[in-house]
Design a protein. Structure first.
Length: 152
């Protein structure tokens, strides 16, 4: 997706017209159109202002993906009560079958004990509650995964 497409989709996602953005930036509607069709580029100050209008960071605007934003908004709108009703293993298991079958193959209590030690360390060393410690550990695992993916 080009920067112009990202600008267009970001603007549309918050319901602003080209005229609205042009007025706020003090430029013509045609200028906005040229940015969105990749004929020209906004300067850094204008891009930063647009990011504010579109409720994203400048980095997010540059990498804007309407499908990702839609998923993020859906997650934000989903209540804890609804999330608890979802069988995430079943849902993700459709894409990653190992999530459905590993419980019959892996000695999960063995790994659970080791993970519990790490969770306890996070709680004690940093004062995290149960959920925060779990989320931090999950994020650390994701970072390890991403670094391994980049090496291959």
């Amino acid at each position: 997706m080009t920067l112009g497409n990202r600008l267009f989709h970001a603007r549309k996602s918050v319901g602003l017209s080209q005229e609205d953005v042009a007025e706020r930036l003090g430029v013509s509607r045609q200028t906005i159109s040229k940015w969105e069709t990749d004929e020209t580029l906004p300067d850094i100050r204008q891009a930063k202002q647009m990011a504010g209008f579109y409720r994203v960071t400048l980095d997010e605007l540059i990498e804007f993906d309407p499908e990702v934003q839609e998923i993020e908004q859906m997650i934000e709108r989903t209540s804890e009560e609804i999330q608890e009703k979802i069988d995430w293993n079943r849902v993700w298991g459709k894409k990653y079958p190992v999530l459905v079958k590993y419980q019959k193959e892996v000695n999960t209590p063995y790994y659970a004990v080791k993970l519990e030690v790490l969770l306890k360390q996070l709680r004690e060393e940093y004062g995290y509650n149960e959920l925060d410690a779990f989320l931090v550990l999950k994020d650390i695992l994701a970072q390890v995964w991403n670094s391994r993916k980049q090496k291959t």
